[in-house]
Structures are given as C-alpha cells and as structure tokens.
Design a protein around this ligand. Structure first.
Ligand code: PTJ
Length: 243
C-alpha cells in the first residue's frame, strides 16, 4: 500500500504497512502488530529520533559484535518485516550468523522468514532445524539451531520476556534492541539499545564499518566501558521528561 508522500506521518504509516504485508504473507504473528503498537508509543515519546544515549549503546553493541568470536542475530517475524536488508548488511559487517527464532513458532513461519532473509541477501539462515534446547526456558524460543547454541554473543530484537536471562545463564553476551527501557529483556541484557530497530540497525552498520580495523582488545574495551544500567536510567528519565 502506498501512503501519500506528503503525509506528516508517512514513515510511521509505511512501517505499519510492512507489518500488515508480513501478516498477509503469513510470517508476522498477529500479536506482532500489537507489539509494534507498543513500540510506536515509546518511539513517539522519544520524538522518533535516535538520541545520543541510544547512539552510545549502538556503538558499544557494534564493538561487542566485532570483538566476538561467534556472534549471531536472532530474527523474528517483526524484524523480518521491518528491516531485513539492513539486518543482512549488519550481519555481513560484523560477520554474524543469522538464526530464525520465534515465540509463536510454526515451521511455515520459520520457512517464510528464512526466505525473506535469503531474498534480502542472506547466504545461510539457521533455525529451520532445532537441535538444542536452552535450559530453563518454557517457551518455543528455547528450541534453537547450532548458530544460537554455539554463539558467544546474541543480538535480540523486539524480544519478549525471559530468554535473555536464559541466554546469559549459558554464558552468552546479549545485546537487545527494545524501545521499552523497563522490559525484562532491556534490564537483563548486557547492552540495551532503546531505539527503533529500523534506525538502530543502520546506525550499527555505520559504527561497525568505522571500527572494522580496530584490534579485538580495543573493541572489547569500548564495549566493556558501556554501563547498561546507567544508560537505561537516563533513557527512563528521557521518557518521564517527555511525558
Ligand atoms: O515473530 P514472533 O513469533 O517471535 O513474535 C514476535 C513478537 C514481537 C510478537 C514477540 O516477541 C512479542 O510478543 O514481543 P513483546 O513481548 O510484545 O515485546 C516486544 C518489545 O519490542 C516491546 O517492549 C516493544 O516496546 C518493543 N518494540 C516494538 N516495536 C519495536 C520495538 N523495539 C524496537 N523497535 C521497534 N520497531
């Protein structure tokens, strides 16, 4: 669906329609639209812009991904609808693997999302064979393929609930993209990017490209200097101020 170019909320409307198209094609979960609405409300309060604190988290996250041995991106229906090409570009910039991992898991949705990623330039997509189970996690998200299982750092975008804690209990580093600074995911991750995924991922590509020649040690120290708790407090303050 084409929204009029002069409409003041065109970008926002276009994003909604990407999700509706994904729903019609069968790969976005129905509740994915509700999750997006919640994200929109937070984004509105942020002025639909990347603030300097989110930018700082994006830089630290890119440094962590570049310094990791086996980074992986966990991709769900909303992310596949919103920014598949940028996700692939970022995965190439930081040499990360891609795995489809769904809360509302069906084999058909998994295949459709893998196809969206392949059509967007992915060479290899994991997640169609679930060979392992994350301990201590009840949801379908516990079933994972080799990429997530073997990874040392996981990028989760628009995640629900408690998987971040379970991944950390396995010794992995977790980077979250979540517009809600109060969510369990945001509070448990090592680095939380409170920004819309459609801006966060392109920003991370720019950071990753600019840091690609740095040593692993330097990248690791940029990531380690990032204080997630402090950053989340600041983000929370921004929301309060905006209200
Ligand atoms: O595709 P599936 O089956 O894995 O299902 C995906 C959804 C998103 C439905 C599932 O993970 C879910 O229910 O998520 P939640 O619990 O609603 O959490 C989504 C979080 O992402 C919320 O905190 C939202 O504020 C946030 N969010 C929504 N849209 C965006 C966002 N964060 C960043 N960018 C967005 N565009």
């Amino acid at each position: 669906m084409n929204n009029p170019p002069q409409h003041p909320r065109k970008t926002s409307l276009d994003l909604r329609h990407r999700l509706v198209d994904g729903l019609k094609q069968g790969f976005v979960a129905e509740t994915g639209l509700i999750a997006h609405g919640r994200g929109e409300a937070y984004d509105y309060l942020l002025g639909e812009r990347t603030c300097v604190h989110a930018e700082r988290a994006e830089k630290a996250a890119s440094a962590l991904l570049l310094s990791s041995e086996k980074p992986v991106f966990s991709v769900n229906g909303n992310v596949a609808a919103l920014c598949p090409k940028d996700v692939i570009r970022l995965s190439k910039a930081v040499k990360a693997l891609l795995e489809v991992n769904l809360f509302y898991r069906t084999p058909l949705r998994e295949r459709l999302i893998a196809r969206v990623l392949e059509d967007s330039g992915a060479e290899l997509v994991y997640g169609l064979r679930k060979r392992h189970r994350i301990p201590g996690l009840g949801s379908q998200r516990a079933n994972v393929d080799d990429a997530l299982w073997d990874s040392d750092t996981v990028l989760v975008m628009l995640e629900d609930g408690d998987r971040t804690g379970a991944l950390k209990a396995m010794g992995k580093k977790v980077i979250a993209v979540d517009l809600n600074p109060l969510s369990r995911t945001a509070r448990t991750a090592d680095i939380t990017i409170v920004d819309n995924v459609v801006r966060a991922v392109p920003n991370m590509i720019v950071h990753a490209r600019s840091m690609k020649d740095m040593s692993r040690g330097r990248l690791a120290s940029i990531a380690a200097r990032f204080d997630n708790r402090k950053n989340l407090k600041i983000m929370e303050g921004l929301f309060r101020k905006s209200l």
